[in-house]
Structures are given as C-alpha cells and as structure tokens.
Write a protein that binds this ligand. Structure first.
Ligand SMILES: C[S@@+](CC[C@H](N)C(=O)[O-])C[C@H]1O[C@@H](n2cnc3c(N)ncnc32)[C@H](O)[C@@H]1O
Length: 254
C-alpha cells in the first residue's frame, strides 16, 4: 500500500513535470495551512532537486530562494544558493537576496543521509530542524510562517515545544503524499512572534497614549503593548499575557 502510493506520486511527478514527488507534500501542506500567498517571499532550505521550489514559485510568483549543500539545477525566476543551512554564512547569503523586512515563509524539507539507525537518524534530523528553526527566526518577518520536516522520535516533543514558544499557531501534520510507513512529520508554525517581548516577561513602561478601545499604549523595545486600566503618562510595571505578531497585551502588576 505504502509502495503503491509512493509510486503513484512518483509517476504523477514525472507526468506533471515536477522534479520530485515531494512537490505534492508541499501542495498538500499549502492546501491545508495556506502558508504561501501571491507575491510572498519564500525561502526553501534543503531544496534540491527543486520540486518544492517549483511549487513555491507557482504559488507565490514572487521572490523564491532555494538552498542546498548539493547543486540545484536552474529554475526560471528562482535564486539558488549552495550552502549548509547550519552555518551563519549561509544565513547571510540568503539575507542578501531578500527584502529588508524579511521573508514571508521559510520552508525546510532537508533530510540527513539515512544511516539505518533510528535514534542516530532522529538526532540528526532534530539537529537540521533546529538549524532551520534558527534560520526561520533570523530571516522571517514578524507574523511569518514556517514549515519543517522532522523524523519522529523521543526528542520530537521538546522540538515541538520550542517551535510553540516562537509562533502563535503550531501544528504537526502528515501529508497524504508522505509514505504511510515513514517516520516523517511536518511541523507548521504560523504567526512568528516578536522577540522584543517575552510571554510572562515583566517590564517597566510609560503609557504614551490611550487607544480607541480605551487601553493604554506603551512600547517595549519599540513593540506596542496594550495595558488595561492605565492613564496617559503613568509609569507602571506590567507582565506580558498575550503576544500577537504586531502587538501584545500586558497587565499591570503594581
Ligand atoms: C528530501 S530532499 C529535499 C527535496 C525537495 N523538497 C524537493 O522537493 O525537491 C532533502 C535535501 O536536504 C539537503 N540537505 C541535507 N542537509 C543539509 C544541510 N545541512 N544544508 C543544506 N541542505 C541540506 C540534501 O542535500 C537534500 O537535497
């Protein structure tokens, strides 16, 4: 059954002109989560031979950058970089290709060469997925989206929690085009949260203004925080209770 399904997507990719059957995984991820929209800037980590890049370009039509340690054959309208996603210099090369405010979407389908030892392969997959998560935090704009492949194992729950700490909405998903017997799963993060404020963090602020809803408006590291029951000009201590991509809510704790 698993082999039938794999062969089905393999043959379909040949007919449809995609470089890999993995292309259908990204299509299925995007159908469910609507990560890539028209004109989005998309970065694909571990992109060779380029099936995801073809799909990303079709969906966005905007700037698409693919990165791999292996060469990627040219795709019209797509920038390719040869580099290791675990290295800072690769992140800098990617940054030089995209707009200043950051990318809309970071994807990662990177996989280590399989050794056959489950725990070793799992650990290397978590290592790659962790590098992808760090790239995403450095390269995404606030509110941006992330999708990453992980081979499941005992370190998976910790990894998922780490992603949950940085994105407003996080889900694990297994697309139909993945093999039934495969250990792979995709972690989808939407709404990258700012690192200007931390959940439950305590800050001293000055209320600069009162918003339309009557809440006080303060700033922490240039990030807008709404505070209930506060007066303009008041200096007070707050605890962050809720973070959205462009603002947070804090409660006064004095
Ligand atoms: C499953 S393939 C990606 C397939 C791709 N999504 C497609 O649709 O064609 C995984 C890729 O991850 C790459 N990879 C593994 N480790 C990497 C690393 N440290 N940096 C960059 N690429 C890496 C591999 O070279 C391989 O090309």
């Amino acid at each position: 059954m698993a082999r039938d399904r794999r062969d089905f997507f393999y043959r379909k990719a040949k007919v449809d002109g995609y470089r890999s059957r993995a292309a259908y995984k990204l299509k299925q991820i995007n159908e469910k989560f609507k990560l890539i929209e028209k004109e989005d800037t998309v970065i694909d980590l571990g992109a060779a031979p380029g099936g995801w890049l073809q799909v990303a370009k079709e969906l966005s039509g905007g700037k698409v950058v693919g990165v791999d340690i292996l060469p990627i054959e040219e795709i019209e309208g797509v920038d390719v970089i040869k580099g290791d996603i675990r290295l800072d210099r690769t992140v800098e090369k990617i940054r030089s290709k995209i707009k200043k405010e950051g990318a809309d979407v970071v994807l990662c389908d990177a996989a280590p060469n399989m050794s056959g030892s489950w725990s070793y392969d799992h650990a290397r997959s978590i290592d790659l997925a962790t590098s992808a998560f760090e790239c995403a935090r450095k390269l995404l704009k606030n509110g941006g989206s992330f999708a990453v492949k992980v081979f499941q194992g005992d370190m998976f729950p910790d990894y998922l929690n780490k992603v949950r700490g940085s994105f407003g909405k996080v889900q694990a998903f297994s697309p139909e085009a993945s093999r039934a017997a495969s250990a792979e799963i995709y972690v989808i993060g939407k709404e990258l949260l700012t690192d200007a404020v931390k959940m439950d963090g305590e800050y001293e602020v000055t209320i600069e203004d009162i918003g339309a809803s009557g809440d006080g408006i303060a700033r922490v590291n240039d990030f807008v925080v709404f505070v209930k029951d506060a007066q303009k000009g008041e200096k007070l201590k707050i605890r962050i209770r809720f973070i959205k991509p462009n603002f947070a809510f804090g409660e006064r704790i004095d």
